[in-house]
Design a protein around this ligand. Structure first.
Ligand code: DLL
Length: 434
């Protein structure tokens, strides 16, 4: 099923024409309304009027996460604040998050993009859609909510991490579609037996999962455990939230909503465009957003574009599922964490040394992040047990509140973390099997 037939199966030539027209309008707007873009366009000697084809886009400067951090909170907004009707931010609370503003029109487009994703997975107004993402500053909960309402589904905003309540709601309210992270879906699947619920008692048919990397293996495991068909969807807060790309019934690559976002894949080092089928960093330009438009935004996500047409009939190009990151960002329970954030927090706690390692594990679908940190050389290990306990708890408290997830903190003897690779500590050991 196709929600926006007019755009999703538009002949490529028309789609590209539409993209270029929308791009030009966006470039003019950001040049006029966002000081950052006026400055960088002038500096790179490029005028919006000179960008007449998609190839010309290469002349435009990139936008990075750091540019957005520097614009905290509202400097990238391209409309007066009175036109902004919703604010969301990126996850992780250390330092300054990136703040996004949406106009009424942005929200309406966003809902229609989510409606596409749901429709492509076969979800209709006959479905009960249980949204198990948090409803709050981050984009997932509200993003999915309005899209599901738009197609007339019965929306269950079950924004609770409490797995038992989640499952009772699912069983008693006859949920047919689950929207969550893949990790959470696995967690639900593994809890069924424990709570004495048989998958047959549930009415679940479909799952829509995203916000973190996952694999075909994990897909099969979730499908078996919950007896559903599972679909991948991709997005990022800065570009809109969920709603950037989605799987259709073929489930071989994710269709990018190219009538709203222009996708490129570049070499993360040279920033030159990659050839067809080559892996590189995904870069997006928003071409309809009013509140928070972005030009050539570097996502840090690694993927490739699939040029072959999809048997489903959509002409929107596909991207392969995201296979990694160009930086060291990790996603734990749907929350984006940078080791540098952890380091920042550690350094704020008196007496810590920045010799640490993050070890990630997944048990019964739950991600566990353990921070292993060496105690300073001048505190003899084993001494002053109480002091060490206090220290451990202080580190944990700071970390939990800064990252928004619960971290296990383990203290180690000085110089006990492996430094065999050139004296350097590997900051992240990811033992989760995705
Ligand atoms: O995760 C938006 C979202 C919510 C997408 C719900 C899908 C479903 P952020 O918190 O800003 O936004 O995180 C964005 O998460 O750059 C990727 O690294 C990663 N990511 C998102 N979806 C996928 C996916 C939301 N399907 C970052 N596969 C992105 C792999 C994903 N990674």
């Amino acid at each position: 099923m196709i929600y926006s037939r007019e755009f999703e199966v538009m002949p490529r030539e028309d789609l590209e024409q539409l993209q270029i027209e929308r791009l030009q309008a966006t470039l003019n707007r950001v040049y006029r309304n966002v000081a950052f873009y006026k400055h960088v366009f002038d500096e790179s000697n490029v005028a919006a009027s000179e960008i007449r084809s998609l190839d010309d886009m290469r002349r435009l400067p990139f936008t990075s996460k750091d540019d957005l951090r520097r614009s905290y909170p509202y400097d990238m907004f391209a409309v007066p604040l009175r036109d902004v009707v919703r604010i969301h931010t990126t996850s992780g609370t250390t330092g300054k998050p990136i703040v996004m503003g949406y106009t009424k029109n942005d929200l309406s487009i966003w809902a229609s993009l989510i409606a596409r994703i749901l429709t492509a997975a076969g979800i209709t107004n006959n479905d009960f859609v249980q949204i198990a993402f948090p409803y709050g500053l981050t984009t997932a909960g509200f993003g999915f909510h309005y899209g599901a309402e738009k197609i007339g589904a019965s929306v269950i905003p079950a924004s609770t991490p409490d797995i038992q309540r989640q499952l009772l709601v699912m069983r008693d309210y006859k949920t047919t579609s689950l929207v969550s992270t893949p990790g959470y879906a696995l967690h639900i699947a593994s809890s069924l037996e424990e709570l004495g619920i048989h998958p047959e008692e549930l009415n679940l048919k479909t799952g829509l999962f995203g916000a973190e990397p996952w694999s075909e293996n994990l897909r099969s495991e979730i499908e078996r455990g919950l007896r559903i068909r599972a679909f991948d969807n991709y997005g990022l807060s800065e570009i809109i939230g969920p709603g950037v790309a989605f799987e259709c019934d073929e489930r071989s690559g994710l269709h990018i909503n190219e009538d709203h976002f222009i996708a490129e894949v570049v070499d993360p080092e040279s920033l030159e465009p990659m050839g067809p089928g080559e892996r590189g960093e995904l870069v997006f330009t928003t071409i309809t957003k009013q509140g928070f438009p972005l030009i050539r935004y570097r996502t840090g996500d690694i993927s490739t574009l699939i040029e072959e047409p999809c048997p489903c009939g959509r002409t929107l190009r596909r991207m392969e599922r995201v296979s990694g990151r160009t930086d060291d960002m990790i996603i734990v329970e749907g929350i984006n964490v940078f080791p540098s954030q952890v380091e920042e927090v550690l350094l704020q706690v008196e007496g810590t040394v920045p010799h640490y390692q993050l070890v990630l594990q997944r048990s019964a679908g739950i991600d566990v992040m353990e921070l292993q940190v060496e105690i300073p050389e001048n505190v003899p290990f084993g001494d002053e047990v109480k002091r060490l306990q206090d220290f451990q708890q202080t580190v944990k408290r700071h970390l939990d509140s800064a990252l928004g997830i619960s971290t296990r903190v383990v203290l180690l003897e000085p110089r006990s973390i492996d430094r065999s690779t050139g004296g350097k500590i590997r900051r992240v050991i990811d033992r989760r099997e995705l």
